[in-house]
Design a protein around this ligand. Structure first.
Ligand SMILES: *Cc1c(COP(=O)(O)O)cnc(C)c1O
Length: 428
């Protein structure tokens, strides 16, 4: 705490202390672990106490937390989090991608939850120090990275319903491979795709709700619908906002699992152009940093077609010579189905830190798949569309031209192979 004028201590990165472990754990071989299970040597922890403010941040041996059973986070889910990654580049340096954006989003989630806030730059400095000390855990293999999970929980020890005036802000890291396991039959992630089941009877978010924030309580209610999708032979739920309608009647597309949703449509008429659509940030959509990065890159490319500016992409994003429009607007399932029927649905993909960009191969409607008896080839479930599925033009081939260009560009920007807008920052 510094001085009498300011009794509430701000989060101060210069106070960071490091407590070393006695024995370092062995780092497992990439390819032998899934997503999010490995525990590393260290974690970063800081505490906010009502009246005195933030404690000195500490990097210390990874281990269990001690919480009062009445803790606000255990009773009323005052849990907010972030998801970001560190990559090893071809130059051997560790980098994080637009991490300042994750810090700002964590502050906004904390504010929405009534949790104490903090200086985002101070937290980023401490996380950078954690990544540096855990550097040997960052896998350099293609498609691998160190996933970083800043977490903030309300620790007020009272079952009284109300906001928490104390909190724990901690960060753990874990080495990860591809989020969706790639089968040996598929040699490259850009060739893999996921299937989605549009479900109308459960919604992830709603107008005036909290879907635009990364709050833990937005995710657990999706676990059962996710099981339903899996039972029907789909990888993820396509969240739709049905506002009193059934999906086949025109519910609006929200998100694909925990990814933002993009569709690429060939324009009607003869201009030979394409339109890239993603739902707008109306409060029901999580403002993904991958989504924002994709929009900025695609808009820079679209501008380069009509002005003399240079495109971030070195090859064209579609085979025609027409214009490219990049639009944030509501997109209904029925519009998507009609476009697919007319052969204008070129591709759909999901974006997010965990996957980067992943192809969506087909979309089923839950009410229809329930009533339509279509035999499923259990050995090749992913590759056998039901007759009621929305399927992309050209069939099931993984990422299309736009998704593939984004996947490659974002990958190159994230590991530092390429630079744009100062988006990646070296951790050392
Ligand atoms: C985290 C998240 C995303 C992706 O956000 P990124 O910043 O791109 O990782 C999309 N949708 C939901 C619901 C999310 O929780």
């Amino acid at each position: 705490m510094n001085g009498n004028a300011h009794p509430i201590a701000p989060l101060d990165a210069s106070l960071l202390k490091i407590t070393h472990v006695e024995t370092l754990k062995p780092v497992p071989t990439p390819g032998t672990y899934g997503f999010g299970d490995i525990k590393t040597d260290y974690m970063l922890v800081m505490e906010y106490t009502a009246g005195s403010g933030w404690s000195a941040p500490e990097i210390k041996p990874y281990g269990p937390l001690a919480l009062d059973p009445a803790s606000n986070c255990l009773q009323y889910c005052t849990n907010v989090f972030e998801g970001m990654k560190a990559f090893i580049g071809p130059d051997g340096k560790a980098r994080m991608f637009r991490a300042d954006q994750n810090m700002t989003r964590l502050v906004s989630s904390a504010e929405r939850m009534g949790l104490p806030t903090f200086d985002p730059d101070a937290l980023l400095k401490c996380i950078t120090a954690l990544v540096s000390i855990e550097r040997r855990w960052i896998p350099a293999e293609n498609g691998h990275s160190l996933y970083i999970r800043p977490t903030m929980i309300g620790t007020k020890a009272s079952i009284r319903v109300g906001k928490s005036d104390s909190a724990l802000l901690y960060t753990l890291v874990t080495p990860v491979g591809p989020y969706f396991p790639i089968s040996p039959a598929i040699p490259h992630p850009t060739l893999a795709g996921v299937s989605l089941l549009a479900i109308s009877e459960h919604v992830r978010s709603w107008p005036g709700g909290t879907g635009g924030y990364k709050l833990g309580l937005n995710y657990s209610p999706g676990f059962v619908p996710q099981t339903l999708a899996a039972q029907e032979g789909y990888d993820q739920v396509l969240w739709c906002l049905d506002v009193g309608k059934k999906p086949e009647e025109g519910a609006v597309i929200s998100e694909a699992g925990a990814m933002n949703f993009f569709a690429v449509l060939a324009n009607e008429g003869s201009d030979g152009g394409i339109t890239i659509v993603t739902p707008p940030l109306d409060g029901t959509i999580l403002p993904g940093i991958t989504r924002d990065s994709a929009l900025q890159l695609l808009r820079a490319h679209a501008d380069s077609l009509s002005t003399s500016s240079t495109s971030p992409f070195s090859s064209p994003l579609h085979s025609g010579s027409g214009p490219i429009s990049v639009i944030e607007r509501p997109l209904s399932l029925s519009e998507l189905a009609q476009a697919a029927q007319a052969g204008r649905l070129l591709e759909c993909f999901g974006t997010g830190t965990a996957v980067l960009v992943v192809a969506i191969e087909r979309i089923g409607y839950y009410p229809l798949s329930k009533t339509t008896a279509v035999p499923i080839d259990s050995e090749h479930t992913e590759n056998t569309p039901k007759i009621t599925d929305i399927v992309m033009k050209g069939g099931l081939k993984g990422l299309g031209q736009v998704g593939k260009a984004l996947y490659e560009k974002l990958g190159a920007l994230k590991d530092g192979s390429e630079e744009w807008n100062g988006w990646n920052v070296v951790c050392e």
